[in-house]
Write a protein that binds this ligand. Structure first.
Ligand code: TXA
Ligand code: MG
Length: 309
C-alpha cells in the first residue's frame, strides 16, 4: 500500500545504490539487504546518523550495533583481531559471521554504536547490495535488523516497510534474503547468538563452546526479541482450534518452513512465515518441531524468543 506514510522502495541497481549512498553521506539511514536479514544502515562514524537508527527502531540505546565493512583490512582498522579471529575471518568472511572484538582506540566509531563497551561487533557481509553500498558510501556501516525494536526481523523489503513505515526514508530492494536468520555472533570461542554459520562449521576451525539460548549473553538478546503479535505454540504436530499452523517436513500446515524438511530452506523462510502468520486469520500461531541440528539451532533459538511473552 503506497501512501504518504510509505518509504521509497528502490530496486537494486547502480542508480539505487548511488541514491542510497547519498543518503548515508548526508547522515541519513537506509534499509539494505544482507545475506541474513535487511539491515538499517548509517555511517558508523557519525553519531547523529547512528542516533537516527535507534530512533527509527525505538531501540533502547544500551543495545550495541553490528558494524559492516568491505574486507578484513577494514575490520582490522576498527578492531583488534587475535589469531582465533583471523582464523574465523579467513574461513567465513565475507559471510554471516559477526565477531565481537576489542575496539581499536581512535578508530573513529561513534560510541553510540558500541553503547560504551570496549568491544565492537563487526562483520564482512557477502550480499551484493550491502557490499555495493559499503563501496559507494566509503563508510563503515552500523546496521541492526531493519525492524521496529522487538519485532520480527525482515527478510523482504515489504517487511521493512510494514514494520518501520516512513521512519525509514529509503529501502534498497533486492528480493528475499538467502540465509534468513541473523548472523552467528562469536566472542572469543563462545557463540553468543546461533546463526547460519553453525557450531559444527565453527568447530572445523576452532573448539568453540556450544552455544544455545541458555548461555546467550549478547546485550540485545532480550527474551522477547522477534515476537510476533500473536501467541505462539512450539513443537506442534497438529492444528488446534483458532491456530495458524506453520509446518515442517511431514507436519503439514497452513504454511510450511520446508515441505522436504530442509533446514536451510526453513531458515530462509522462517521470518517470512512468521510475518504471514501474524497477518493471517488465525488468532494464534503454532509451529511444527524443527530438529536441533545445524542451522536448526538458530531457528529454534528465534522460535523460542518468538514464543516468549
Ligand atoms: O545478520 C545480522 O547480524 C543482521 C544484519 C543486518 O547484519 N544484524 C543484526 O543486528 O542482527 P542486530 O542489531 O539486530 O543484532 C546485533 C546483536 C545484538 O544482540 C547486540 O546486542 C549484539 O549483536 N552486540 C553488538 N555489539 C556487541 C558487543 N560488543 N558485545 C556483545 N554483543 C554485541
Ligand atoms: Mg534484531
Amino acid at each position: 500500500m503506497m501512501n504518504a506514510q510509505s518509504p521509497v522502495i528502490r530496486r537494486y541497481g547502480m542508480a539505487a545504490v548511488q541514491e542510497a549512498a547519498g543518503v548515508i553521506r548526508a547522515g541519513g539511514i537506509v534499509a539494505v539487504p544482507t545475506e541474513t536479514v535487511y539491515g538499517l544502515a548509517a555511517d558508523a562514524r557519525d553519531s547523529a546518523a547512528v542516533a537516527r537508527i535507534y530512533a527509527a527502531k525505538g531501540r533502547p540505546s544500551f543495545n550495541p550495533l553490528i558494524v559492516h565493512v568491505l574486507d578484513l583490512a577494514a575490520a582490522a582498522r576498527i578492531a583488534v583481531l587475535d589469531a582465533d579471529a583471523h582464523a574465523l575471518a579467513a574461513r567465513f568472511w565475507p559471510g554471516p559471521l559477526t565477531l565481537v572484538l576489542p575496539v581499536r582506540a581512535g578508530a573513529g566509531i561513534a560510541s553510540l554504536v558500541t553503547a560504551g563497551l570496549e568491544t565492537i561487533a563487526i562483520r564482512v557481509p557477502a550480499h551484493r547490495a550491502m557490499r555495493a553500498l559499503l563501496a559507494e558510501s566509503a563508510a563503515p556501516l552500523a546496521a541492526p535488523s531493519a525492524n521496529a525494536s522487538n519485532g520480527i526481523s525482515p527478510t523482504r523489503a515489504g517487511h521493512v516497510a510494514a514494520s518501520l513505515g516512513a521512519r525509514v526514508p529509503l529501502i534498497l530492494d533486492d528480493g528475499a534474503t538467502a540465509a534468513g536468520v541473523e548472523s552467528t555472533i562469536v566472542a572469543g570461542r563462545t557463540i553468543l547468538r546461533p546463526g547460519p554459520v553453525t557450531a559444527e562449521m565453527l568447530r572445523d576451525v576452532l573448539p568453540v563452546a556450544a552455544g544455545g539460548t541458555a548461555h546467550v549473553s549478547a546485550p540485545g538478546q532480550l527474551p522477547t526479541h522477534y515476537a510476533p503479535r500473536k501467541p505462539l505454540r512450539l513443537e506442534a504436530v497438529a492444528r488446534e482450534a483458532g491456530e495458524w499452523l506453520i509446518g515442517f517436513g511431514t507436519v503439514e500446515g497452513d504454511d510450511t518452513l520446508s515441505a522436504t524438511g530442509d533446514l536451510d530452506e526453513a531458515a530462509a523462510r522462517l521470518f517470512d512465515a512468521l510475518h504471514r502468520a501474524d497477518a493471517s486469520a488465525g488468532a494464534r500461531i503454532a509451529v511444527a518441531p524443527v530438529p536441533e541440528a545445524g542451522v536448526g539451532v538458530a531457528i529454534n533459538d528465534r522460535l523460542r524468543r518468538a514464543a516468549h511473552r
